[in-house]
Design a protein around this ligand. Structure first.
Ligand SMILES: Cc1cc2nc3c(=O)[nH]c(=O)nc-3n(C[C@H](O)[C@H](O)[C@H](O)COP(=O)(O)OP(=O)(O)OC[C@H]3O[C@@H](n4cnc5c(N)ncnc54)[C@H](O)[C@@H]3O)c2cc1C
Length: 396
């Protein structure tokens, strides 16, 4: 079957024609409003992601050989703008932005063939098992062990804060195969079947009351050696690659989303007669300037990945910008609304089903996940500004 983009490439489509084709596709196949029930929402999201893949509209930055679109820089920007404009669900799980670039760089041809397309189509949901109680910023201190037993590893230990673990099919995890004190020299990157005997997932509630992450326990879970990515004890370079991509992941999509959100906030201020207030105007102008800077920075991230294959330290700049911005935006929105801004979504006078309050609570964690604010600042200090190294930082 010839996919629409292949036909379009054959006749040298312009950027504007590409934008129009995407817009039409998203309108024609739009999945509608999300179901209220969380389990139904997962199936609904999966069905949408499969539709995107089957029509050749998944993975804007992915190589074509793994089912992606392999778009140029300008087209990736257009893709994210149109995706956001259409208000369709984003990826499920953390595999696409973090595990996939790592597997593309370090996986064997068999591993790429086995894992990448099903991940992109969302036949399998992937979740990241790096952090442990006692190993977050300092990942080299992780203690989950993997003991070799013939053609298998036997994994024992605990992960925590694993986003999407409750509906994951696969964990991409870091385990210790070296001695207890081997730090980053004894870490191995394993792909673990989330449904294997011995895996237990215990959901955790966050500030908003949702259950988006979990603790994951491995009690002698058997993992085939062929599911190891890279060599034994040599997982650290894979961690560096995947952390860079984690911080860069979604930067363009988030910049496009917040472009829309800032416009909606201005509209809310107008509706409530607050646009004449000079303090409100001042804060809105500040957010407008920052959302534009975020867009340029996201473009810088994409062009760095296209040029070097890795986002490098620009990913920390991007992460810092986005996380500080989304915290400030929601804090301002709640402030601007006054007491009604604090009402829960079931209260009759709540504003826009409490979206600003939920956003305020949700984004408290933004400057922790994917590396805390302090870790991003340290990375920028060392790798961009060439300042002296902090001995507390993990090795590069
Ligand atoms: C919403 C959310 C989703 C997450 N999802 C995942 C996931 O899917 N998978 C996963 O593996 N993990 C996930 N995490 C975990 C996240 O990566 C860790 O919380 C993070 O790396 C910080 O680790 P920690 O919580 O152990 O805090 P710690 O590392 O103990 O840090 C505590 C404090 O000390 C500071 N600090 C630590 N070291 C330094 C230093 N060298 N210099 C200056 N200050 C320092 C930190 O900035 C922080 O303020 C998630 C976290 C959140 C909040």
């Amino acid at each position: 079957m010839t996919l629409p983009q292949e036909a379009a490439a054959a006749r040298q489509e312009t950027d504007e024609e590409f934008r129009a084709r995407l817009r039409e596709f998203f309108a024609d196949h739009h999945p509608g409003r999300p179901p209220r029930d969380p389990r139904d929402r997962i199936s609904w999201t999966k069905a949408w992601l499969a539709t995107l893949f089957d029509h050749g509209y998944a993975g804007p930055s992915w190589p074509k050989e793994f089912g992606g679109m392999e778009l140029s820089f300008a087209r990736q920007v257009i893709y994210h703008e149109e995706l956001e404009r259409a208000r369709v669900p984003g990826p499920l799980g953390t595999g696409l932005g973090i595990a996939a670039p790592t597997i593309i760089k370090f996986g064997t041809p068999e591993q790429k063939a086995r894992w990448l397309a099903p991940m992109l189509r969302c036949d399998k949901v992937w979740a990241q098992g790096y952090s442990e109680p006692g190993a977050g910023s300092d990942l080299p201190s992780l203690r989950t062990t993997a003991r070799r037993d013939g053609d298998e590893y036997v994994v024992r230990g605990q992960k925590v804060w694993t986003t999407h673990a409750m509906h994951a099919d696969v964990f991409f995890a870091l385990v210790r195969t070296g001695t207890a004190g081997s730090r980053h020299k004894g870490i191995t990157y394993l792909i673990i079947d989330a449904h294997a005997p011995g895996v237990e997932v215990r959901p955790l509630r966050d500030l908003t009351g949702s259950r988006n992450f979990a603790e994951v326990f491995f009690d002698d879970v058997r993992v085939p050696v062929i599911d190891r990515v890279g060599a034994e004890n040599e997982g650290w370079p894979l961690v560096r690659t995947s952390l860079g991509h984690e911080r860069a992941a979604g930067s363009m999509n988030q910049a496009a989303r917040y472009r829309r959100v800032v416009t909606e906030l201005v509209e809310l201020a107008r509706e409530r007669g607050l646009l004449r207030d000079p303090l409100v105007r001042d804060r809105l102008v500040d957010l407008e300037i920052r959302v534009r800077i975020m867009r340029y920075n996201a473009q810088r991230v994409i062009s760095t990945i296209l040029a070097n294959g890795e986002p490098g330290a620009t990913s920390s700049v991007s992460r810092l910008l986005i996380t500080s911005f989304e915290q400030d935006l929601h804090e301002f929105a709640v402030d601007m609304l006054g007491p009604v801004g604090l009402l829960g979504k079931t209260a009759p006078q709540s504003v826009q089903r409490s979206r600003w309050l939920v956003g305020f609570l949700r984004t408290r964690a933004s400057t922790i996940g994917a590396g805390t604010r302090e870790i991003q600042l340290n990375t920028i200090a060392e790798q961009v500004l060439d300042l002296p190294r902090d001995p507390g930082m993990p090795p590069r």
